[in-house]
Design a protein around this ligand. Structure first.
Ligand code: HEM
Ligand code: HEM
Length: 471
């Protein structure tokens, strides 16, 4: 075991495999929660199947387990590859893997007993939060020392995003989890909500988003064999992201009595977010211009391309729902759940999967078992997710209308039933997509044909070249 843990790229592989497994497990819990919303009597008051316990298992397992784990797996492959070196320590990578996955595992094993902190995205118990911090800090050490020992001088923008994401998260995570107060892991009153949403928002904005963008900057130029449109623009996007994202967590609590200055900062900042988003998308899409079919024809490239399109939609919807007048209608409704799913699965999840399908062969030295299964997974996820978005947004507007007109909840609830049933049904497509993906990963590792050593050596180096060229 110890010998395997020192094998080059074994830690990246471990993250990718775990991410695929969590994808299936996390979405199954989503189904359990969705069925409860469809048929509230279904579990006959069995406490450990209760929505209040299943929902956090779902959310934490897909967010930290599937999406973040896969994104980190890709990062610890592409950072050394871009720097023409090896990860500083595979064993340290495995240590990070152990800490991270032990924390994720605590969701399905500990939450059903009601042992969780009831603050969204901070549900893990304190010892597991410590493990998450250990994982993040050791990943930072490992990547920083990898950079220190690099053979490639240029720090391609993907490296910036990977290391930036981890450093920002090392700052944001303890703040949001109030880790300096282990007894409560919370502060009294409104200040707690403000800190919590500074953190909750940055988990998607400063962890998932930069890690996903880092992958897009790596995969798109490689698949299309095109030089990056502009290296300079990529750095403008990087700094603009951190400058704006950190200001806007307050848009999650606009309906609470937060100070007016915070309301103003958060709404203005949310609109300004369009800027870094467009800079990144323009740079990526201009890189691939004229090569769209090549990109679409590559199973991994197709996932990443679709992920960038979801990013555009998410980031047009985001500023819209940050307007207080719009949010007064949409806030307490399924509209937000629709946004969450296209954001976390559509944008970050699709790009994580594209990154994984692109890098898995390079990490394990075997060709993909089946490119057709990757395309099948793409179709299943796309169908399920487009359906989710349509159904949840419609349900949200019905709820919002009732909210605005002062209708009582028990009159509105029965009309939502059909949407809850449709969501559960559409979820089956997403779950099937997760199962197909896990099968493909396992079969690749067991039966994938070996890649020629020349392909393994040449490919990562080309990527670094692609990134250096600006117009
Ligand atoms: C990897 C795929 C998925 C991701 C990344 C994901 C992500 C999320 C996130 C971030 C939330 C929190 C939303 C919020 O509080 O605004 C959530 C809630 C939820 N998700 Fe998912 N989800 C996925 C798949 C599914 C599937 C397949 C189902 C159903 C079969 C499902 C059902 C639910 C339910 C029922 C909730 C709670 C909604 C509520 O509180 O009203 N999700 N999901
Ligand atoms: C231009 C960028 C974006 C803006 C302005 C924005 C805005 C918002 C707003 C205002 C809400 C709260 C809605 C409400 O509660 O009424 C929200 C929720 C959410 N957003 Fe975004 N968003 C953006 C991008 C993203 C991205 C890129 C992701 C994921 C990677 C994301 C993930 C989420 C999630 C998971 C929630 C639900 C949080 C919860 O209540 O549990 N958003 N967003």
């Amino acid at each position: 075991m110890l010998k395997f843990a020192s094998k080059p790229q074994s830690a990246a592989l471990a993250f990718l495999v775990a991410g695929s497994a969590w994808f299936l497990i996390g979405t199954l819990y989503g189904l359990v929660a969705a069925l409860h919303l469809m048929a509230p009597e279904l579990y006959n008051n069995i406490s450990w199947l209760n929505f209040g316990r299943m929902r956090p298992i779902h959310v934490n397992t897909v967010l930290f387990g599937f999406v973040a784990t896969t994104l980190v797996g890709c990062a610890i492959y592409y950072v050394p590859a871009l720097l023409r070196t090896r990860l500083w320590s595979e064993r340290l990578g495995w240590f990070s893997w152990l800490c991270w996955n032990a924390a994720v595992l605590s969701g399905p094993t500990v939450f059903p007993f009601g042992l969780q902190q009831n603050r969204e995205y901070t549900e893990y118990l304190y010892p597991f939060k410590v493990l998450i911090m250990l994982a993040i800090l050791t990943l930072i050490v490992n990547l920083t020392l990898t950079i220190a020992g690099r053979k490639e001088k240029t720090l391609y923008v993907s490296v910036w995003y990977a290391v930036g994401a981890l450093i920002w998260t090392a700052g944001v995570y303890p703040i949001g989890n109030v880790m300096w107060r282990p007894q409560t892991q919370a502060l009294p009153g409104l200040v707690d909500s403000i800190l919590l949403w500074f953190y909750g928002h940055n988990m998607v904005g400063l962890l998932l988003t930069p890690l996903a963008i880092g992958i897009a900057y790596f995969v798109l130029p490689r698949v299309t064999r095109a030089p990056l449109y502009s290296h300079r623009l990529s750095l403008v996007g990087f700094w603009a992201l951190v400058a704006t994202y950190t200001q806007i967590g307050g848009h999650h609590i606009l309906q609470a009595p937060i100070p007016n200055w915070l309301r103003t900062v958060t709404v203005v900042g949310s609109i300004m977010m369009i800027l870094p988003v467009f800079v990144v998308l323009a740079n990526l899409w201009l890189t691939t211009r004229g090569r769209g079919m090549k990109l679409w024809g590559d199973p991994a490239g197709r996932f990443v391309l679709a992920g960038t399109m979801w990013y555009l939609l998410v980031c047009l919807q985001g500023p819209l729902q940050s307007l207080p007048s719009v949010q007064a209608v949409t806030h307490f409704t399924n509209w937000v759940i629709g946004h969450s799913h296209i954001a976390v699965l559509g944008f970050a999840g699709f790009i994580a999967l594209g990154g994984m399908w692109h890098m898995l062969p390079l990490v394990c030295g075997r060709k993909l078992y089946s490119a057709r299964l990757v395309n099948l997974q793409f179709g299943l996820l796309l169908f399920g997710l487009v359906g989710f978005f349509a159904v949840l947004t419609t349900a949200g507007l019905i709820q919002g209308h009732a909210w605005a007109t002062g209708e009582t909840v028990y009159v509105v609830l029965p009309s939502l039933n059909v949407y809850m049933a449709l969501r559960a049904m559409l979820g089956l497509f997403i779950i099937a997509g997760a199962a197909v993906g896990l099968y493909n990963v396992v079969m690749t590792l067991r039966h994938g044909e070996p890649l020629e050593p020349a392909a393994l050596e040449a490919e990562p180096l080309d990527a670094a070249r692609a990134g250096e060229v600006s117009p």
